[in-house]
Design a protein around this ligand. Structure first.
Ligand code: ADP
Ligand code: MG
Length: 705
């Protein structure tokens, strides 16, 4: 595995630091969406009539008119070939959490003659032999048919590589029974469910029919390490995180990395990545150094959720690939390094109606009423279904982050800030009186206190923070697809909005509806420090669930109440939900077992031999000094050798324990044994001669790049 020694790795990084290896030429302009089949581009390749009908599908959500499909396919191929594409692929989001693509050339032989071909059928459905994707029992391999179906609401794009390009068509992936085998299908269903609920609610407020947009801006955190260090760390290569490693003297105590000057090598990488993202129509906007050393963030502007989720998958891919071209590795694991911040994916979520953000406190009482109703729907949803939100962010990686010192805890609470909390108090006390003016709507609430425009202080400790005009769900892990958490957010808010709309339709005054909701659900609002230990006790007292581990959290997918919720809202069938549980548990167990085996391997073949060597040398030196009559040195060397010898004995015991846990397949035991083994090994790291230590150290990985 370690194709390059640690010493060589350090040297080669030093060489890189002498001059950046890759200086991208400055590019004129942004080239935004140059490689996307946007409505504007389609216009150039399609007849007017076909374009109009296609737009009815893309923007109006109407089923695709079959009579234009052939023309659309033809246009798409021409456009893609103009950009150098030779192949096309249905691009989809299988349940293993990554993206999938199987390429076919635009090539056919007709009477032995090569012709370019891409038919309407090629565009609309695919039937990949995709039997090796996890299905959680939805299909067995003998009936392995899976279908990909074009999602026209996420535009086709061309992915370039250094000597060619591929046309990518975003698709949903289903079994032949129609059951969803991917992350996109439930997301689209949940968007539809929430959109319906929003329309129903807006009708209660007398708003004319308008377009609903569920919006998402996904901030992506990541680490960069030099590729040479990465290659010398089997744990990073196989598991994405360091399973061993003593803390460096300096970590993030000085908080000097956050928003610091971006090193030019990193800036070159960021620039190159952003230019790729822009070409793919991904509106990368913000970049900065994050809190931990070697940690960074990229944040795009928000978009409609389905597109934004697809785009985030591409963001992760582009970061990885561009890093690699720059001699770096982009680590998307939630906790690559112990003792410093982990990486999340802050999920900024909101709902717009007719182009107006419903989570923007309004400028008049009517708008404020809508704002407060939306706000209360979210609070109610989170309180009723905190278990599902927690489950939606559960993964082996995120377990090391949630509840660790810097991350939001595993308790799902909502932060509103003091000013909004005050408004909520007034609602609860029934102090928000209805309008006396005849002109106001029946549900108008014109005695609301003026809502502050920027109502919130930043609270970085809350998992679900209201940040002025959106909710920021901060618990999702950096490597996860956005689809999971958003399916849950959409589903639970849809349910709450439907319930509230039902009451309003039955003639219950808004003030009463909101008062009842606030009374029942305000326990989930917490405006204090989520990292403080007493919050956990307080949360327990309030009866808020706190699932510390993934297996615990995932139980939410099995409860009958939740099955009923998903069926009612039309997002998952019972079988689909069960399959998600099975897949998540299997993924969790597999990842922990890989870590266990990898830790064993490193401990046995890299760390123990180094410690043994150090021990033997120290004993030798002790004997030599005895022979030389250096009594002081002899006893000093003995005392140096002792913890090494003890460490060898201890590691050997701990290796045996870990081995047993791995053999049993007991994930909890594996994690505990790995932890113990790591403690011993990390202590030994600080006792073994530096040049003999086989693994790149924290101070190297985190500071030399
Ligand atoms: P922060 O200070 O938390 O980094 P920003 O203002 O930079 O917050 O926004 C973070 C993300 O929130 C960005 O991706 C931004 O586009 C997104 N965002 C802003 N408004 C909305 C909205 N209405 N719906 C969804 N996301 C939004
Ligand atoms: Mg943020």
């Amino acid at each position: 595995m370690s194709s390059i020694s640690r010493t060589e790795a350090v040297k080669s990084v030093a060489a890189l630091r002498a001059g950046p290896p890759h200086l991208a030429a400055p590019v004129a302009g942004i080239g935004f969406a140059e490689d996307v089949f946007t409505p504007e581009t389609m216009k150039k390749y399609l007849s007017k009539e076909a374009w109009k009908r296609l737009m009815a599908t893309v923007e109006g959500g109407k089923p695709l008119d079959p009579s234009i499909a052939a023309e659309v396919a033809h246009a798409m191929r021409h456009w893609a070939m103009d950009r150098g594409a030779t192949h096309y692929t249905h691009w989809f989001l299988p349940l293993n959490g990554s993206t999938a693509e199987k390429h076919d050339a635009f090539l056919e032989l007709r009477d032995g003659e090569p012709v370019f071909a891409f038919s309407d059928k090629n565009l609309i459905v695919g039937e990949p032999d995709a039997s090796s994707f996890p299905s959680g029992g939805i299909r067995s391999t003998f009936e392995a048919r899976g279908y990909t179906a074009w999602d026209p609401t996420s535009p086709a794009f061309v992915k370039r590589h250094s000597n060619g390009a591929t046309l990518c068509i975003p698709t949903a992936f289903c079994a032949y029974t129609g059951e969803a085998l991917d992350k996109k299908t439930p997301l689209l269903r949940s968007v539809q469910a929430l959109s319906q609920a929003v329309r129903r609610l807006m009708k209660c407020f007398g708003r004319p029919a308008a377009k609903v947009a569920i919006t998402l801006g996904a901030e992506q955190e990541y680490f960069l390490v030099d590729k040479n260090f990465y290659l010398a760390r089997p744990d990073l290569v196989l598991t994405g995180r360091t399973l061993f490693g003593a803390p460096s003297a300096k970590l993030q105590q000085l908080e000097d990395h956050y928003f610091g000057t971006i090193k030019s090598r990193v800036l070159n990488f960021m620039n190159e990545a952003e230019q790729e993202l822009w070409r793919l129509g991904i509106p990368a906007k913000t970049r900065h150094n994050e809190v931990a050393p070697a940690q960074f963030e990229v944040a795009p502007l928000f978009e409609e959720q389905n597109l934004s989720c697809d785009h985030n998958m591409l963001v992760m891919e582009v970061l990885r690939q561009v890093a690699s071209r720059n001699g770096l590795v982009c680590l998307l694991h939630e906790k690559p390094f112990a003792g410093v911040n982990g990486s999340g994916k802050h999920n900024n979520w909101s709902v717009a109606y007719g182009g107006k953000n419903l989570l923007n406190p309004g400028s008049n009482p009517h708008e404020n009423a809508i704002f407060l109703t939306t706000l209360c729907s979210v609070v109610e949803a989170v309180d009723l279904h905190a278990d599902l939100l927690r489950a939606s962010v559960a993964s082996a990686g995120n377990d090391h982050r949630l509840g660790a010192n810097e991350a939001p805890p595993a308790v799902m609470s909502v932060y509103l800030g003091d000013q909004l909390a005050d408004v909520i108090d007034q609602i609860e006390r029934g102090e928000l009186k209805g309008s006396k003016r005849a002109s106001a709507m029946k549900i108008g609430v014109d005695t609301l206190p003026a809502l502050p425009k920027d109502a919130t202080d930043r609270n970085r400790t809350s998992p679900i923070a209201f940040t002025g005009n959106k909710f920021e769900f901060r618990a999702p892990g950096s490597s996860a697809s956005c689809a999971g958490p958003n399916v849950i957010l959409n589903t639970i808010v849809a349910e709450a909005m439907n319930r509230i709309a039902g009451e309003l339709e039955a003639g219950v005054p808004l003030q009463k509806v909101l008062q009842k909701s606030v009374k029942a659900h305000r326990r989930v609002i917490f405006n204090g420090d989520g990292y403080a230990g007493d919050w956990l006790r307080e949360a327990k007292r309030r009866g808020l669930p706190c699932a510390r581990t993934t297996p615990e959290a995932l139980k939410a997918f099995k409860s009958q109440a939740n099955v009923a919720l998903f069926e009612k809202v039309g997002v998952f069938s019972e079988r689909e939900l069960k399959s998600r549980y099975e897949i998540a548990i299997a993924d969790y167990t597999a990842k922990v077992m890989i870590e266990g085996s990898c830790a064993l391997d490193i401990a046995r073949t890299m760390i123990l031999p180094a410690v043994r060597e150090e021990y033997a040398r120290t004993l030798d030196a002790g004997e030599k000094s005895a022979r030389a009559g250096h009594a002081g040195a002899k006893s000093a060397l003995r005392s140096i050798a002792k913890p090494l010898g003890d460490g060898i004995a201890e590691m050997t015991r701990e290796i045996a324990a870990l081995e047993g846990a791995v053999a049993k397949g007991d994930a909890a035991k594996v994690l505990a044994s790995m932890e113990a083994l790591r403690r011993t090994a990390d202590a030994l790291e600080q006792r073994v001669g530096d040049e003999r230590w086989p693994l790149p150290k924290y101070r190297e990985m985190l500071f030399l790049y």
